[in-house]
Ligand binder design. Structure first.
Ligand code: F0G
Length: 434
């Protein structure tokens, strides 16, 4: 077999890596990239990856390409399109935040520390590298804002034209600004994310454009390094739980595949449980999970966490598989829980965007419900940077977020330029608690 092939997860049909397909040509199922680990020159060991820590040279200085043998072993080093992504911090949760959540052993993996401010960069370095390999002339995605910001950046780096389809309105300003700045052609589709993704998938089939949504299996190969890095940062000790927000479910799928591969290769001796957290107004996967996946639900999505405002997740089948492999669960949280968790993460000094706070709100809820024990060893993934969605931050803290309580608001104060006003301010602040 070639070093890597594409294999349908439904019917097992295989395709070569350079065939222009994103789904199975026979049955339309999602594709996996399957690597023939046995044919690699050197065996995959913890030591191989440990040796590369602190590497100064591309691509091995990247927290994705450090694991190249498990991501895209056939890629030529000098053709890899990388921004040194990954290498993000695994924070010990600050005390006050941990107490608010009720968790004793929680760490936060901050994927907002990637070059464009979200975990998407890990997938994009894989996807754009493949696009270059197959000599694509342009790349396209539908996006709630982070995929597009990342794709626009990596496409520009590779000198490819990026084309982005956004759902109408509702894109956080930090994300839209990135896509504009990096030179993508930006199009608003008069419909929601699910409609935009359908349109893009049809357009790719019809017009042969290279698709960079997470149905592209090379994206997931990059994204699975989030769990590799978490476990390597913990000196190969596996946590009890890994908790992440779920939207289109690409990341959930990537985590499942990555963990299973680590386990099968003997890099870890047990699997953590995955907990996927959805927003209550965009929780089709949660509803399916609650019915033991008897029905594939879709919803008309609505949530303040626009990144995960998705009603028909494209990677549903792979995500279901990820839960089976890891004895995983799905929970949902309200928008109020999301904005409060976000305010707490922000006030701790770490900060994240609304969708990311779903992870933290989810851990809090699962501990309160007794599903996660307070002393379980838990890693929650923060998927995006605090500056991605500045409007939600300012509206929350000014108390102008329509329909929400804002108990942790940090109001902006205004004074005259006098010492008397400063004195009054200091006196007030002494007596005030947040
Ligand atoms: N968190 C953030 C910050 C995201 O941007 C996304 C997805 C998710 C979580 C959910 O990840 O889709 O793999 O389940 N954003 C996509 C986008 C849809 O277009 O940027 P998922």
């Amino acid at each position: 077999m070639a070093l890597s092939i594409l294999r349908c997860i439904e019917c097992g049909h295989t395709h070569q890596l350079d065939e222009p397909v994103y789904v199975c040509g026979v049955c339309g199922g999602l594709l996996d990239v399957i690597h023939d680990f046995d044919s690699l020159e050197a065996p995959i060991t913890r030591e191989l990856f440990d040796k590369r820590l602190g590497s100064l040279d591309a691509p091995y200085n990247s927290g994705v390409w450090r694991y190249k043998e498990m991501v895209f072993p056939g890629a030529a080093d000098n053709e890899i399109v990388t921004r040194g992504e990954g290498n993000t911090t695994l924070y010990k949760t600050p005390k006050k935040l941990a107490a608010w959540i009720g968790a004793e052993r929680l760490a936060l993996k901050h994927e907002g520390e990637n070059p464009t401010g979200s975990f998407k960069d890990r997938g994009m370095t894989g996807g754009v590298t493949h696009a270059v390999m197959v000599e694509a002339s342009g790349v396209v995605c539908a996006s709630t804002g982070n995929t597009s910001a990342s794709m626009a950046s990596y496409a520009a780096l590779a000198d490819l034209q990026a084309l982005v389809f956004f759902p109408y309105g509702n894109i956080a300003v930090g994300k839209l600004a990135q896509s504009v700045a990096y030179g993508a052609i930006n199009v608003q589709v008069k419909g929601d994310f699910d409609t935009s993704l359908d349109l893009v998938r049809q357009a790719c089939r019809e017009f042969g454009i290279y698709l960079l949504n997470s149905v592209n299996p090379f994206r997931l190969e990059g994204q699975k390094t989030i769990v590799f890095e978490i476990i390597q940062q913990r000196r190969w000790q596996v946590p009890d739980w890994i908790v992440l927000p779920g939207g289109n479910l690409g990341n959930t799928s990537a985590f499942g595949k990555g963990l299973k591969e680590m386990f099968d290769l003997g890099l870890i001796d047990k699997l953590p449980r995955i907990a996927v957290i959805q927003a209550e107004g965009a929780a089709p996967f949660y509803h399916s999970y609650k019915e033991d996946f008897a029905t594939r639900h879709t919803v008309k999505a609505n949530t303040i966490a626009t990144a995960i405002k998705i009603g028909n997740p494209a990677s549903y089948v792979k995500a279901r598989r990820a839960l089976e492999w890891t004895n995983g669960i799905v929970e949902m949280v309200t928008d109020q829980e999301i904005v409060d968790a976000k305010a707490q993460v922000d006030l701790s000094g770490i900060g994240c965007e609304p969708a990311s706070a779903a992870s933290v709100a989810g851990v809090k809820k699962l501990i309160a419900n007794g599903v996660i024990h307070p002393d379980d060893d838990v890693v929650a993934v923060l998927t995006g940077h605090v500056l991605k969605d500045p409007s939600v931050v300012m509206d929350y803290h000014q108390g102008t977020l329509d329909g929400f309580q804002t108990p942790y608001a940090n109001h902006l104060r205004t004074i005259e330029p006098t010492l008397a006003d400063v004195q009054t301010l200091l006196n007030q602040e002494k007596t005030q608690t947040r």
